[in-house]
Ligand binder design. Sequence first.
Ligand code: URA
Length: 193
Amino acid sequence: MLEIPNHTHQKAGEVSLEEIRDLLGDCKRCGLSEVRNNIVFGKGNPHARILIIGEAPGKNEDLEGKPFVGKAGKDLDKYLLEAGIDPNDIYIANVVKCRPPENRNPKAEEISTCTPFLREQIRSIWPDFIVTLGNFSSKFLLKTDKGITALRGQVFEIGHFKVLPIFHPAAAIYDRSKADYIKQDFALLKSLL
Ligand code: URA
């Protein structure tokens, strides 16, 4: 039931995002629940062709309960618009739904506790394209130890889904050379739509 979905065993949209949100409830399944303000479930078009998966909520996301509302989110919207993709057409979620303290990396057990819900979201939305932003998201989807630098710029087929690993926009805030790669990779995504 909680495997990454593929075309062999699941139809899209059998379980709605609302039902998955209800199942999550006031989640206390891991220690992040003790330090979060809000669960950040996801936002966007529930029938999106493109699902973008980030890492974890940051400070603003934790306060608002929505993903990518801070600087990285504003940059993400700019990259999408520049590529000719409407940010309102996509769905965005994260590998973990609660903010790790001080924005530390999510721990393995936090990821394994949280991602069954993300898998259900993937199955519900049934996008054609999944963009994985940064290392955690790319490793989760592609089940690889390779880092984002080695993965980006390629399209991986996982069952029904085409997966495009792209540098996290937050990484480009501190390293502008990554911004050009992000632009290239969103242009690649656009060309495939
Ligand atoms: N970075 C992420 O990976 N996710 C968010 O929701 C915000 C910033």
